[in-house]
Design a protein around this ligand. Structure first.
Ligand SMILES: Nc1ncnc2c1ncn2[C@@H]1O[C@H](COP(=O)(O)OP(=O)(O)OP(=O)(O)O)[C@@H](O)[C@H]1O
Ligand SMILES: [Mg+2]
Length: 291
């Protein structure tokens, strides 16, 4: 939230990466700085490099998924190439789109305990921490439930609790809601938003729900063919409707509606809205501004 700070918590400097055995780079000359406490949305069509960028933050690229990495990725002052994923996972928690693949334990409590064990938390402290972590994600009292018996949304919240148990400073979410129903989606967005707002946790999220990103994100970074092609606030990026079209991305529905009113009916003055409340204000002006 406070961009005037010293060193960014995440920095990519001239980063290119090509997966072993692949011809085309997945990331090309990426320069990107993210301040601690920022909420950054990654957008881009399939194959643009969003997942690869996220995996560079926790070191899975290049340590577990190998290839040719040039440039420098630094997270919390550490050059990721020099630290094992196990070390990085104390700083960076990562949650993927498919919650059931992230579940390895017999009960929800054990799932969270796994994260706590990795940080060397003593047993009695762990017994206190588990209910607290579950409560944070709205799974209070579910300690003994088998993860695979939970709903998709509950599983995803459990996956978040398991990484939160490690007390990461950065949470990377890779399309965390793509397999969830609308209520499950909203819960996950709500948790990430709260962690960012209340605990100053840095959030980096690849997500297609552009209306939600307009609301939560401080910054939107658009990738295309491995390059950062747009980088700015939602209000800077999302009204650029034609540019987004060319990248196979869509603007928020209210932005699109206002653009049609502006370009086809000359009924919209001023900047295009990205949030619903801004659209309502604009529509009231169009209708003669009774309020
Ligand atoms: N494990 C891998 N081995 C080889 N190539 C890979 C691997 N993972 C991704 N790629 C390639 O790297 C490029 C970037 O893929 P990446 O998965 O990072 O994109 P993405 O933006 O996350 O896409 P999506 O929206 O489909 O999740 C693509 O060309 C992809 O085919
Ligand atoms: Mg991906």
């Amino acid at each position: 939230m406070n961009p005037h700070r010293t060193e960014p918590i995440i920095s990519f400097a001239g980063v290119s990466f090509t997966y072993a055995g692949s011809e085309t780079p997945a990331l090309r000359d990426v320069d990107l700085e993210i301040a601690e406490g920022e909420y950054v949305a990654l957008l881009g069509r399939g194959g643009a490099g969003k997942t690869t960028l996220g995996l560079c933050i926790n070191g899975v690229v290049p340590h577990m998924l190998g290839g040719d990495l040039t440039g420098e990725v630094r997270v919390a002052g550490l050059e990721v190439a020099d630290y094992a994923v196990r070390e990085m996972s104390k700083i960076v928690g990562i949650v993927f789109d498919n919650p059931e693949f992230q579940m390895s334990q017999l009960t929800a409590a054990e799932e969270v305990a796994l994260g706590l064990e990795n940080t060397g938390t003593p047993h009695d402290e762990m017994m206190r921490a588990i209910p607290e972590e579950l409560r944070l994600v709205g799974l209070e009292g579910m300690e003994d439930r088998p993860p695979l018996g939970l709903s998709g949304g509950q599983q995803q919240r459990l996956a978040i609790a398991a990484v939160l148990a490690m007390k990461p400073r950065v949470l990377v979410l890779d399309e965390p809601t793509s397999n969830l129903d609308p209520v499950g989606k909203e819960d996950v967005f709500d948790i990430a938003g709260r962690l960012n707002r209340d605990q100053g946790m840095t959030v980096v999220i690849a997500e297609h729900e552009v209306e939600v990103m307009a609301e939560y994100a401080d910054r939107i970074v658009v990738l295309d063919q491995g390059r950062v092609v747009l980088n700015g606030s939602p209000h800077e990026i999302l009204p650029q409707v034609e540019l987004l079209d060319g990248l196979d991305l869509r603007p928020p529905q209210v932005t699109r509606a206002a653009q049609v009113l502006r370009d086809e009916h000359h009924l919209w003055n001023g900047s295009l809205p990205v949030l619903t409340e801004e659209a309502v204000g604009g529509i009231e002006r169009v209708l003669g501004g009774s309020t």
